[in-house]
Design a protein around this ligand. Structure first.
Ligand code: NAD
Ligand code: UDP
Length: 336
């Protein structure tokens, strides 16, 4: 199939593109490199031994989209592009709604005009807000998001549900838990611009001597050791979930939501200890205030993803951290 991938140079998109190419799909990437680098595409070319068809531009640019859809028979769109920082979304509210929601509407509108029905969307466990219970089932209530980033995902999900009701599109909504790790080659991985916001990239900076210590946001949560608990999922397992979603859309119509998580939660302290044991590197850390908007614990019940997508996360926390560390050693400053 010929797949248009928005944000295909980014962390998740680049790993998915590699999997799509490995499965024999044709890929067209649109990316403006606002949070990524062309180097990621060069590395995908090296690993896949295929040349990448990519367009430098904004996925919300109507003329660009018209050109792409006029010149190519696109079978499905995988939509990764957007802004993803919770904290930044609280100060750059309009930027987030414009780049995440308004541009997605433009993309969907163009798809409709060109009769492209299949859409796979990068959503997030954040749409569940403060979960009433864990593990979080795919049928749990959504809403109650606490920041513009989360709300942008929630709004897009509502729009997609309406489009499905109108029988305009066939859609898979993938709610990611905490993607970490890197391709086992150590050639592609997560490359945040500036100081990392997320736990694993920050820990890697400390391990590599780029930052002095890790600040653990809160040790008074009602969890087994007081630190937050999350469902960390290997990026390669996450990528496989996208390929399965594409297969699923060959025989299924309508709108379907799946949790891409392992079904297991690890605390921040457990993750640090696992990393220390694997690498023999001590991670200096201290406790600080809870981060506003964080929840105590969040892990997935991926029953529908297991059953309907025939997908299960296979890699362990050790795999995630080993692969992340290999990538960090190869590219201590990422692509930048
Ligand atoms: P990323 O920032 O690494 O990748 C996003 C890509 O989109 C980047 O290459 C960026 O340059 C590009 N982009 C942004 N705006 C664009 C625009 N207007 N036009 C063209 N390209 C544009 O992020 P990621 O971690 O790969 O996340 C991919 C998607 O998954 C995002 O929608 C994100 O919200 C979602 N998600 C990510 C996580 C996570 O922890 N990484 C968790 C849940 C959901
Ligand atoms: N966290 C932390 N220190 C950091 C970054 C994150 O203690 O420098 C904690 C955070 O409070 C949460 C967990 O690590 O409990 C995962 O946070 P991350 O930002 O990676 O992902 P989130 O679950 O917020 O999407």
């Amino acid at each position: 199939m010929k797949i248009l991938v928005t944000g295909g140079a980014g962390y998740i998109g680049s790993h998915v593109v590699l999997e799509l190419l490995a499965q024999g799909h044709e890929v067209i990437i649109i990316d403006n490199f606002s949070n990524s680098s062309e180097i990621a595409l060069k590395h995908i070319e090296k690993l896949s031994e295929k040349s990448i068809n990519y367009i430098y531009g904004d996925y919300g640019d109507e003329n660009l989209l018209s050109n792409i859809f006029n010149c190519n028979k696109i079978d499905a769109v995988m939509h990764f592009a957007g802004f993803k920082s919770v904290s930044e979304s609280q100060t750059k509210v309009l930027n987030y709604y414009l780049n995440n929601v308004a541009s997605t509407l433009t993309l969907l509108h163009k798809m409709k005009l060109h009769n492209v029905r299949r859409f796979i969307f990068s959503s997030s466990a954040t749409v569940y807000g403060i979960p009433k219970r864990v593990p979080i089932s795919e049928t749990a209530e959504v809403g109650g998001t606490t920041n513009p980033y989360g709300t942008s995902k929630y709004i897009i999900e509502q729009i997609l549900n309406d489009l499905g009701q109108a029988n305009d599109f066939d859609i898979v909504i993938l709610r990611y838990f905490n993607p970490v790790g890197a391709h086992p080659s150590g050639l592609i991985g997560e490359s945040p611009k500036g100081a990392p916001n997320n736990l694993v990239p920050y820990l890697l900076d400390v391990a590599a001597g780029i930052r002095d210590q890790l600040y653990i946001y809160g040790n008074d949560y009602p969890t087994r050791d007081g630190t937050g608990v999350r469902d960390f999922i290997h990026i390669m397992d996450l990528a496989a979930g996208h390929v399965r979603s594409l297969d699923f859309l060959q025989t299924n119509t309508g709108v379907h939501c799946f949790n891409l998580g392992t079904g297991k939660g690890y605390s921040v302290l457990e993750l640090i200890t696992t990393f220390e044991k694997l690498t023999n590197i001590k991670i200096a850390h201290s406790y600080t205030e809870r981060r506003p908007g964080d929840i105590a614990e969040c892990w997935a019940d991926p029953t529908n993803a297991n059953r309907l997508l025939k997908w299960t996360a296979e890699k362990t926390l050790q795999d995630m951290l080993n692969d992340a560390w290999r990538w960090k050693n190869n590219f201590p400053n990422g692509y930048f």
